[in-house]
Design a binder for this molecule. Structure first.
Ligand code: NAP
Ligand code: 8YV
Length: 318
């Protein structure tokens, strides 16, 4: 008998094909009323496949009394109620490490783009600015190589960003609650001091309640009118209203943003600003990395159901 698995939303076709071949899979998102479906059929499923953006709540777990395993496509744990899973004895798997390269690459892209005005220059060329007589020449940009980089969160991805920035001969310091043992970069216990010191502040902490609005108006003011911010973590880590005000008032130099507080909504005030680069949460979005995430999502689920072992079990909450 195949294990019954509930799939929260659509996933990569290759992952869906593997899930369907191996398990008796049902797509919750295909139901007109997912809550009513859960109330009527939640008790039939042993496994739940979700993603970092969708997660799973305690209320959903309550409707799935036979649930033994959750496998999430993504590394972020902020939408997975790990405490609820732990108290119900439900194992949770996720996809760390396989996306470090691509998320770090995109952090560098955003830093280079916003500082060197790449997207702005592209818009200038497309609208004919370069060939229009009398139009002022394109403004000069900011140098990235050798600049001061502050990294907020020196975890798996933060360290990968630091290694890349080393290739740009950047002076690197970081902030996290605890210094990372053996890390060659200087730990700055004060986030405000890090922001005051650096030219570029890259945010790559975990999301969730513990980091909500960690970057507030005070941090942005410490970064100052020559400082740029890049966020590839979660929108919730930055007080978005404070960020918009700081950008509109030119109290910081610019921002490169892959994530937002209320995705897919992006504050409309940002659309008219040339010193802002806006992306639709694509940091892990390459074919190679998404396939690796898909494989890990499958392997976690299959490993647990086969012999109780996952490749990447999520850390238990404290
Ligand atoms: P990780 O290895 O767990 O690193 C998280 C880092 O955040 C650690 O250095 C941790 O250090 C720091 N941190 C946590 N709470 C903090 C706080 N209150 N103040 C300061 N630092 C804090 O995670 P990762 O694999 O690098 O991933 C990081 C996050 O990136 C994920 O959780 C996810 O939300 C996001 N992400 C986004 C995308 C995207 O598409 N944009 C893709 C992948 C991941 P301490 O515990 O010592 O404070
Ligand atoms: C995913 C992410 O694209 O892994 C994460 O935490 O934010 C991204 O890699 C996304 O969450 C998939 O739902």
């Amino acid at each position: 008998m195949k294990h019954r698995i509930l799939q929260a939303g659509r996933l990569l076709p290759s992952l869906e094909a593997r899930l369907t071949a191996e398990f008796d899979t049902h797509l919750l998102a295909s139901e007109a009323d997912p809550q009513a479906y859960l109330a009527a059929h939640g008790g039939e499923f042993e496994g739940f496949v979700t993603s970092a953006g969708v997660g799973i709540s305690a209320a959903t777990m309550d409707r799935m009394p036979k649930l033994r395993v959750v496998s999430s496509f993504g590394v972020g744990l902020d939408k997975l109620d790990l405490a609820a899973a732990q108290s119900r004895g439900i194992a949770v798997g996720y996809t760390p490490d396989v996306l470090n390269d691509c998320v770090a690459d995109l952090a560098m892209v955003l830093m280079l783009d916003v500082a060197r005005r790449v997207s702005e220059a592209d818009r200038y060329v497309r609208r004919g600015g370069w060939t229009t007589p009398g139009v002022a020449s394109f403004p000069l940009a900011r140098k990235v190589s050798g600049a001061k980089l502050g990294i907020v969160g020196l975890g798996r991805i933060g360290q990968t960003i630091a290694k890349r920035a080393g290739g740009f001969e950047m002076d690197i310091r970081y902030h996290s609650r605890r210094p990372v043992e053996g890390a060659p970069w200087r730990h700055e216990p004060s986030l405000i001091e890090l922001a005051r010191w650096c030219d570029f502040l890259v945010v790559i902490t975990a999301g969730g309640a513990g980091t909500k609005h960690l970057i507030n108006a005070e941090v942005l003011d410490a970064l100052g009118p020559r400082g740029f911010i890049v966020n590839v973590a979660r929108g919730s880590v930055i007080d978005e209203a404070a960020l918009v005000r700081a950008l509109v008032d030119k109290r910081i130099a610019g921002a490169g943003l892959d994530v937002f507080e209320n995705e897919p909504q992006v504050p409309s005030e940002l659309f008219t600003l040339d010193n802002v680069v806006l992306l639709p949460h694509i940091a892990s979005g390459t074919q190679e990395t998404r396939q690796a995430m898909a494989d890990r999502t499958f392997d976690n689920l299959q490993g647990f159901l086969r012999d109780g072992r996952m490749v990447s079990p999520a850390p238990l909450p404290n």
